[in-house]
Design a binder for this molecule. Structure first.
Ligand code: NAP
Length: 447
């Protein structure tokens, strides 16, 4: 049995490992010449421990029935039909690389950026190397109350020494070091009880070397619905509120920068002549909707916040692949528990989804292990029931190389890895990332 996995991030790698264990030969494809998805291009560079999960993936890659084809794009180099003609199972694991939009006037002004792109830029994702960020401004507003918003805020205020100890892309270090930012404001449309932060990330904001964390005690005066929610909330939420109360009670330490958390505030327009100069913010209150969800409802009061940079961190969205059923409302591949389904709800034999493109952009890296186990269980059920068909063609290396002559093998990636870690060692950094596609291919081939 042969499986093709599309996307070499955590969900793709976990799926690969489990299918190899179940006796499949697995080809893992990625659009980039490099593996690991968001572990390489999403996890904040100052969180190197989180990246150690790649050791598990490297072990998987040692399996005799594993092949990696980096720099091969589904829809451009190879088609869905070609895959279905060669593999018993095709598993889509490409994550959600696009961003949600606010849908407000001024969103497209210069100085307004998606966090997805900013994160990819500072992490050296080769498709995002040429973005430009003007940090010669005094205040940045980060919209959203998730961990990505915290990552972005923290990256904006790391010290030069902190940055230079990481694998942040060199082009980003240069820009971040020259920053004139004095304040980063995080805007949450709902209250502290509804924030999506996890405890360690929120706590880290209180330990920044050169930025004070500022919380207005008034923002922690909870409405009745939020109090009721807090009374029944899990430990993450109760600890978040405790951490925020600690911040609200704290005297600023006199650091030159500030990270301010503001709650119950939604941007309703970005203002400026050609580029962002301010954000108009609606003040919200919390109200329970018919289904019990606590929603942000505008009170009618509005404020204006001067700022020169806006980073919208309000969640990721999947990108449609030609021919693969897609739910445009949710921005995901249509699937039932991992089995891809058409618009009628009928299952498509041999096609599966896993990870963020299956369930949406939520959870931590480890969440994808359980998610992969669920999808792999469906593959094995279908195999055992004789539902995987009999592809007529062999997925030969010649076929891949005819479609993508520069495809990078696992040993090609090992060359890139050695090159990057070698350059990093000389500077006391984990690696110096290569950020141009051509350069990555060149190094993959050269050694
Ligand atoms: P997230 O956790 O889903 O947070 C998205 C935030 O955007 C929420 O606060 C949401 O508020 C807000 N939002 C959505 N639409 C909005 C709108 N129109 N206006 C204003 N705010 C809006 O997503 P994320 O931060 O992108 O993170 C994705 C996943 O990766 C999460 O599971 C996260 O924990 C994980 N992650 C983990 C780490 C880590 O472990 N260190 C680091 C980064 C990311 P509502 O709640 O009101 O919808």
């Amino acid at each position: 049995m042969r499986a093709a996995i599309i996307g070499a991030g955590p969900s793709g790698f976990y799926t690969t490992g489990m299918l190899l264990n179940a006796g499949f030969a697995v080809d893992l494809f990625d659009v980039l010449p490099t593996p690991y998805g968001l572990v390489r291009a999403g996890v904040a560079p100052d969180h190197p421990k989180i990246k150690l999960v790649t050791r598990v993936f490297d072990k998987t890659a040692k399996h005799a029935d594993f092949r990696f084809f980096g720099g091969v794009e589904l829809g451009r180099d190879i088609t869905r039909e070609e895959l279905l003609g060669r593999y018993h199972a095709v598993v889509y694991a490409m994550g959600t690389s696009d961003d949600n939009r606010l849908g407000i006037p001024g969103e497209e002004l210069a100085g307004s950026h998606a966090a997805t792109q900013f994160v990819a830029w500072y992490n050296g994702h080769p498709h995002h190397t040429d973005h430009e960020y003007d940090l010669s401004v005094q205040r940045a507003v980060v919209v959203g109350n998730g961990n990505v918003a915290i990552d972005v805020a923290r990256m904006l205020v790391l010290t030069d020494d902190e940055l230079r100890a990481t694998d942040t892309a060199d082009h980003a270090i240069e820009v971040l070091e020259a920053s004139a930012l004095e304040e980063v404001v995080l805007l949450g449309r709902r209250g502290p009880v509804q924030a999506a932060f996890t405890n360690p990330e929120l706590r880290e904001l209180g330990e920044l070397t050169r930025a004070d964390v500022i919380v207005d005690p008034a923002d922690l005066e909870l409405d009745a619905a939020s109090q009721a929610m807090l009374a029944q909330a899990d430990v993450t939420v109760t600890r978040n509120v405790d951490i925020l109360r600690g911040y609200a009670a704290r005297e600023p330490r006199g650091h030159p920068q500030r990270v301010a958390l503001r709650f119950l505030r939604s941007p309703v327009a970005l203002l400026g002549d050609g580029r962002v100069e301010a954000v108009r913010v609606a003040v919200n209150r919390i109200e329970a909707s018919a289904d019990g969800r606590l929603q942000a409802i505008p009170t009618g009061e509005e404020e204006e916040l001067a700022c020169g940079l806006v980073i919208r961190s309000i969640g990721y969205r999947g990108v449609e692949i030609p021919g693969v059923p897609f739910d445009p409302r949710r921005g995901l591949i249509r699937n039932l528990g991992g089995r891809v389904v058409g618009e009628s709800g009928a299952e498509l034999a041999g096609e599966y989804a896993v990870g963020w493109i299956k369930r949406g952009p939520s959870g931590v890296i480890g969440t994808n292990k359980k998610d992969a186990a669920d999808t792999v269980a469906r593959v094995l059920e279908d195999r055992d029931a004789g539902g995987l068909g009999a592809p007529e063609l062999e997925p030969s290396e010649e076929w891949v190389l005819a479609r993508a002559p520069d495809a990078v093998s696992w040993s090609g990636w090992a060359n890139i890895d050695a090159h990057e870690t070698g350059s990093g060692a000389a500077q006391g950094r984990p690696r110096v990332k290569l950020v141009r596609t051509a350069e990555l291919h060149d190094v993959a081939r050269r050694h």
